[in-house]
Design a protein around this ligand. Sequence first.
Ligand SMILES: [Fe+2]
Length: 589
Amino acid sequence: MKVLGISAHYHDSAAALVIDGVPACAVQEERLSRRKNDAAFPLGAIEWCLDHAGLQPGDLDAVVFYERSMRKFDRILTSALRTFPHSWRSFPHAIKNSLGEKVWVRGIISSQLGVPRSKILFTGHHQSHAAAGFLTAPTSRAAILTADGVGEWATLTVGQGERCPGRGANITLHREIRYPHSLGMLYSTFTAFLGFAVNEDEYKVMGLAAYGRPTMTDAVRKLIRRTPDGAFALDMKYFEYQTTARQSYSPRFVGLFGRPRNPYEPIDLETADGRRYADCAASVQAVLEDTLVDITRELHRETGLPDLCLSGGVALNGVANARILAESGFERVFVPSAPGDAGCALGAALYTDRVFLGNPDRDVPDHPFWGPAVDSRELAQAAREDDQVVEELDDAVLIERIADQLAAGRIVGWMDGASEFGPRALGHRSILAAPHSREMRDRLNRDIKYREEFRPFAPVAPTEAADRYFDLPPGGSRLARFMSGVFPVRPEWRSRLAAITHVDGSARLQTLDRGMAPRLYQLLEAYGRRTGIPVLLNTSFNVAGEPIVNRALEGYSTFRRCGIDVLVAGSTLVTKRASPAHRVKEEVA
Ligand SMILES: [Fe+2]
């Protein structure tokens, strides 16, 4: 049975194909269209999925859209009427959006793909998130928490999933919190207040939080009131997102937290304003964590299960995830590689297969590599035409050579096999570098990523060795599999892992099993033989403002435009001719 899942029209459109119960492929539209956070109907992603599997649209048994458009329309209409006349400005915009695309999704899918309307199904937005979390995790029974900005009405759900051998799976979402009360919107409101892009830069707030102190948690708690049933409610006096698309916080919010930051104003921690912004970030982060810990503790008590599946955009908050693991009572916490709305395409397809259609449950391979494969011949051709040094090497030679280059302080663009599904580079579309010095971090920020210096880089380490360098709680290594948790770097290693240690001593670690990305694993081993530390800095292969590279040509174009010294795709190695002599003497003890 062939089920195509689609997410679209909000942010991060994607398509995913499930064949006989197992994902065949999945990709975000942005990786193909090269428009970051592309929200358009994902025709490119759908076409690629069908091509990859050798299918025509007529071969599909079902096409499923990741949310129920009419319910979303109902929410937009009801919210607008409730807040009228304050909402009169946002209403035409919201209605145009909904009428234009969201509500008529069945017609769009039917006409774009040429599939009969009877084959087009809809899952609930949070059902899709829940399925993306639970049905991709190696567990047969688990509690489920989904949390995001908003889907149709729900913004947070708790429930339980159970695989039923031979007959699909059950996913029951017992309770939900509804719009406008939303942890995601609370966090996004601070994202906007702090001058960052909503739905995109929430992780910058988390990064900035490490520089601040949670001195304003009392003020944040005025915005979010805990209710006797263990849920929460926002005090809407402090928000405006429910009435206008132009501004998410109200004058009262500004009264509590001071002047909002202009996006073009640098954050200078030497100034009172700079420290206030960092303290705001630390305070909302602390309240978000406390709230999630309380909710998951209760969920653990209620279900008595050892496993928790977390999904939705809020599950991208690795600091909160680590606290949930440490404090909720759950022994294992699973976060999929794509917990946000893109992942809903895969979640919707799996939900349809297991729950709607009741097809036999199947194990989903435990890796994130569902996208297009890199073509090393394409790289070789482009680089030769551009008069660069191109070599074709056996793996054993290539890996030793790259380890030498990394140990010599060179920066490596690393493309290998199928691209990751989700926002993080997990070893197939990565920029790799030595993790030891601050100079390397600054060089990457300056010459490659062109980004704010308060943002840390992430490390990757073999699962077996990670505990030596990072303070992992039980279950931490699982949470770090898709880089979903932030953990302390052990104090004795911080000075030797300075490029990946955040100001508060933490790191967003990826633990790597040999089987998940064998070539990167071998590279870590080879690097460890040279330096004594089998840890590398691993950041996504893109420059600021661009999606992660997909094809070899995009990798090559990025390599030519920034300070990457060496580029690898499969067995092809390209060394930059005009490479400036960036040689950083690494202090590796
Ligand atoms: Fe969502």
